[in-house]
Design a protein around this ligand. Structure first.
Ligand code: ZN
Length: 324
């Protein structure tokens, strides 16, 4: 098959950056914007729940690290044995994770003659990692040890953000297909400089791939509020059809042009089921496109809970006699 024509770069980035995790602050244990198949960090308390990679997959592609609170480690009578019984070994797939000054002073890694971890892969090159926030009082400097250099920042990603490279690819293909299912996609993208011939080729190509990979099951897409009954892409919360222009408003600004149509609402990635530990949210049929504004309203509560909340807001207003 010949190479399909390229999407305008900024649209390409919007679709394909969905394979990355979200941003992380400087002083946290997580990596900042990396591919979702990076090493997974599993809190010890969630090990039972999270030890299994997504269904049908043999392992986490780049391994995992269990983060063990010092209090739990030092309360174990025979730590090596207790950990081994759960398939864990300090320094290989498990690290003691210091998060408070008290943990650090009570059971310092120096006392144990531990070294700090240096690798995300087994063996981890050490037994501990630390992220203790600074305080203004005396001896209150922050303690950041392990995975702090520019080249090696953050020990891994949040477990619920994980997706295998194959899943990352499928999700972005489905998301690109959904862009093309906006009723004005071809017309809008041609305005952004893509030739009509290329537009048709790219659209047909990606819809065919999506179809072949089982990513265009319209029953499922409709049930998930991702497209409407006419197979046109909609916002999962307000159910309005999306204009392809909403994908490109940022592009207009980025290219230094004025946004002429102020009714265009910016479009964001939208999770259908909310993110939570113990499930993997970055999978086909759980992601659509929606208004930035609607996405902010749904935030982490999920669509169903948001609708119930909206209903209660309206009812209260009605009962109180305010006009709606
Ligand atoms: Zn909306």
């Amino acid at each position: 098959m010949p190479t399909p024509p390229k999407l305008p770069e900024l649209l390409n980035r919007k679709v394909y950056k969905t394979g990355q995790t979200r941003g992380a602050d400087d002083d946290v244990i997580f990596q900042n914007r990396v591919l979702r198949n990076s090493t997974v960090l599993i809190p010890y308390g969630c090990w039972k729940l999270c030890q299994k990679p997504p269904e049908g997959e043999a392992k986490y592609e780049n391994g995992f690290i269990v983060l063990l609170p010092p209090a739990e480690y030092f309360a174990m009578k025979g730590p090596a044995k207790e950990l081994a019984a759960q398939g864990l070994k300090l320094g290989e797939n498990t690290l003691v994770f210091y998060e408070t000054r008290e943990q650090w002073t009570t059971n310092s890694p120096q006392k144990q003659k531990w070294t700090v971890a240096t690798s995300r892969q087994n063996p981890l090159g050490g037994q501990y990692v630390a992220r203790v926030a600074g305080i203004t009082a005396e001896n209150g400097e922050k303690i950041n040890e392990g995975f702090t250099t520019t080249a090696n920042k953050g020990a891994g990603i949040r477990v619920y953000e994980y997706a295998s490279s194959e899943t990352i690819k499928k999700v972005s293909q489905q998301l690109e297909a959904l862009f093309w299912l906006c009723s004005d996609s071809a017309e809008v993208i041609e305005k952004f400089g893509m030739a009509a011939k290329d537009t048709a080729l790219r659209k047909e190509g990606i819809l065919k791939i999506a179809e072949e990979k089982g990513l265009l099951d319209f029953k499922k897409l409709i049930a998930a509020r991702i497209v409407d009954k006419e197979h046109v892409t909609i916002c999962p919360l307000c159910l309005m059809r999306l204009s392809a222009k909403g994908f490109l408003t940022r592009m207009e600004q980025a290219q230094g042009r004025a946004v002429h149509d102020i009714t265009v609402t910016e479009i964001n990635l939208f999770h259908i089921n909310e993110l939570r530990v113990g499930s993997f949210g970055h999978v086909p049929y759980n992601l659509g496109w929606g208004h930035h504004h609607c996405n902010v309203v749904v935030k982490d509560s999920g669509i169903q809970k948001t609708l119930e909340w909206m209903q209660s807001v309206l009812e209260r207003n009605r009962k109180a006699g305010y006009p709606i």
